[in-house]
Design a protein around this ligand. Structure first.
Ligand SMILES: N[C@@H](CCC(=O)N[C@@H](CS)C(=O)NCC(=O)O)C(=O)O
Length: 216
């Protein structure tokens, strides 16, 4: 497989997701590191590559540039073939896709509120807005409850006994969970699963880049 040209900032949720997934799938890539906080994703030179002005973005070749993190992951997973992370079975893949869509459509948005308020705001010299966090809490608890239920059913990973790209995608939204300051006490399965994700080689290997991007 040809190497992907990957443009991202490791500390952002969707970038971390892709970094961890590509490490897990052993996908070769060339990293073009950007700084989200410096606004590199809005630079005219980057907007030529990705008019959405978001990270991550993967240039496959002159005919294909991928701007959605889950699309990048699925492309790499497809190329990796029939792997436990993305088995070539229609029902198993449909279940993985379902969780990727869930992550992109609802989970990311809710977790992002905690990231903006409890991580980004202090980093930028501001303070978390308690009202915004309070307003988000019922929604986050509802969604965490859905994840809790699934993890209780499987007793292991989101889609069964093997870690899949769905775990890496869904986990990225809470990858800074200590700093994001979720109330996790009612979600023991989610806590267990996060610990399992944090034990994965691909997660540990990509943690250093996240910490460095956040200033240590
Ligand atoms: N659905 C996109 C979302 C990408 C996204 O919103 N990335 C954030 C960082 S995690 C970003 O670049 N935000 C900048 C902006 O929206 O202007 C994906 O999954 O790649």
């Amino acid at each position: 497989m040809a190497s992907l040209d990957l443009h991202l900032d490791p500390c952002t949720v969707n970038s971390r997701k892709v970094l961890a997934a590509l490490a897990h799938l052993q996908t070769p890539y060339t990293l073009h590191k950007m700084s989200y906080f410096a606004g590199d994703h809005k630079a005219p030179s980057y907007l030529k590559i990705n008019p959405c002005g978001t990270v991550p973005c993967a240039v496959v070749d002159s005919s294909l540039t991928l701007t959605e993190s889950n699309a990048i992951i699925l492309y790499a997973a497809e190329l990796a073939g029939d792997t436990p992370a993305y088995p070539r079975d229609a029902k198993k893949r449909a279940d993985i896709h379902r969780w990727l869509f869930w992550e992109a459509s609802v989970w990311f948005a809710s977790c992002y509120v905690y990231l903006v308020q409890n991580v980004a705001a202090p980093l930028l010299g501001g303070r978390p807005d308690a009202e915004v966090l309070k307003a988000q809490e019922p929604r986050w608890r509802e969604l965490a409850g859905v994840l809790e239920g699934r993890l209780a059913e499987t007793g292991s990973w989101i889609c069964g006994p093997d870690v899949t790209v769905a775990d890496l995608s869904v986990a990225a939204s809470v990858h800074l969970w200590r700093k994001q300051r979720f109330s996790m006490q009612d979600f023991p399965q989610v806590q267990r699963w996060i610990a399992d994700v944090e034990g994965l080689k691909c997660w540990r290997e990509t943690q250093g880049a996240v910490d460095e991007a956040l200033g240590g």
